[in-house]
Design a protein around this ligand. Structure first.
Ligand code: PMP
Length: 432
């Protein structure tokens, strides 16, 4: 018997969840999610919402997609688990298919994990093992996960706990084109990368980790020329180049399957999770063979890594994205939504910036467009209103003044009309 009453759920969470796990919630009042289909979710009272967050970017091809459900449930019924100690075709074929999504002309290998943070830890280990160097560069306003390793390269202080992190990380100012310390000058941000190498490391580094579009940082896309310029400097200092595609990957940015591809770079290590499994726990490091092989002397075993159910779901996700042309959908529907949001900006001075690529978009709210002073209170008020109007999104950014939109990739043009109508109503009720 499951008790769906709000009071019972709240009471149980308060009594039995740890404080740090129950704290990270978007709304003042609890939102209970009972079921999902496509780009929509329903609460326990059967109220429908557009899931503008893809339940935190995990739902790529849509809630309860029939092909993913079929693939995962058939695998669940036949064999739920066997570990990588035993041989099974599904993870092996999925590894081949994932490797095939990487740039041609390189030999790519896959190491499966259960989550993004675990894959980040592995990427850091790989970079250090391969180069023999310790120092890593990471961006301020980055988020890479909750493990010790992933926290150590996470620049947002709210996600870092006051205990010793792994050392050897130098943080570099993020090239935020709206409110970064150097405004829009890409060269100045690249000079920061060089300065970090020269003054905060031994000069020989293990690598640099970058989200092509920062997620929890407030949907901050890396400007053209930044990733390639940074990677040149990193390689010149002996480091490897890591991209974290946990949020930006799996066709989300529309122009490319992996967001790094739009930057003309070939990373050494790519970290993936969330959307690859459409909600089923699945993560992976995809690395150049020679980089991954430098760890061959030791075992590195994740009990649930390469779980056949998760890999069956992962295979179905790749197939559905291809068959339903979801990358193209992310590009066209994302562009339409962005254009409409730009128009919203013309009507509400509270909106300081609209940004993002494909279906990874953000509205940043400010008290004053000239000073760009963040408006977290108004953001919260509008955000609560959007919920009442049937949208689920999230607030993010270091100042909690960014409304983050990362819906399932099947969002339709008709949904864009609905989303905008609801945003307009929400903005009017708070900002007029
Ligand atoms: N990298 C990024 C960019 C993320 O957004 C997240 C999760 N929000 C992670 C890594 C960590 O993934 P997980 O929560 O699966 O450990």
């Amino acid at each position: 018997e499951v008790d769906w009453s709000t009071e019972a759920i709240v009471e149980r969470r308060n009594r039995f969840y740890s404080a740090s796990q129950r704290k990270f919630v978007p709304y003042k009042e609890p939102l209970i999610i009972k079921r999902g289909k496509g780009q929509y979710v329903w609460d326990e009272k059967d109220q429908k919402y557009i899931d503008l967050l893809g339940m935190n970017l995990c739902i790529s091809v849509g809630h309860a997609h029939p092909q993913v459900v079929k693939a995962a449930s058939e695998q669940l019924a036949e064999l739920t688990h066997c570990t990588t100690m035993f041989y099974h075709p599904v993870p092996a074929q999925y590894a081949e298919e994932l490797a095939a999504t990487m740039p041609a002309g390189q030999d790519w290998v896959v190491h499966f994990t259960n989550s993004g943070a675990e894959a980040i830890d592995l990427a850091l280990l790989m970079a250090r093992s391969h180069t023999g160097n310790i120092d890593m560069l990471a961006l301020a306003s980055s988020y890479h996960g909750a493990t010790f390793g992933a926290q150590s390269v996470t620049g947002i202080s709210g996600f870092r706990h006051p205990v010793p992190q792994l050392g050897g990380v130098a943080f570099v100012a993020e090239p935020n084109q709206y409110r970064g310390i150097h405004g829009q000058g890409v060269e100045s941000y690249l000079a920061e990368v060089q300065r970090a190498i020269d003054s905060s490391t031994s000069g020989r580094i293990a690598g640099m980790i970058v989200e092509p579009v920062q997620g929890y940082g407030g949907i901050v896309p890396m400007p053209d020329g930044y990733i390639s310029g940074a990677f040149e400097r990193v390689r010149a200092a002996g480091g490897v180049c890591i991209v974290d595609e946990v949020q930006s990957g799996v066709a989300r940015t529309g122009d490319a399957f992996w967001a790094f591809e739009s930057h003309g770079v070939v990373p050494d290590i790519v970290v993936v999770a969330k959307g690859v499994g459409n909600g089923i726990p699945l993560g992976a490091v995809i690395a150049k063979r020679n980089v991954a092989e430098s760890m061959a002397d030791k075992f590195l075993f994740h009990t649930y890594g390469a779980n056949p159910v998760a890999c069956a779901a992962g295979r179905a996700v790749l197939k559905v994205i291809r068959e339903e042309r979801l990358q193209e959908n992310a590009r066209t529907v994302g562009a339409a939504l962005k254009a409409r949001l730009e128009d919203l900006k013309n009507h509400f001075p509270l909106i300081g910036d609209i940004r993002g690529r494909g279906l990874m978009l953000a509205i940043e709210l400010v008290k004053d467009r000239a000073t760009k002073e963040p408006a977290p209170e108004a953001t919260l008020a509008i955000f609560e209103e959007t919920r009442r109007n049937g949208l689920v999104a999230s607030r993010s950014g270091p100042y909690r003044n960014v409304i983050r939109m990362c819906p399932p990739l099947c969002l339709s043009m008709a949904d864009v009309d609905d989303v905008m109508e609801r945003f307009i109503r929400s903005f009017k009720s708070v900002a007029s």
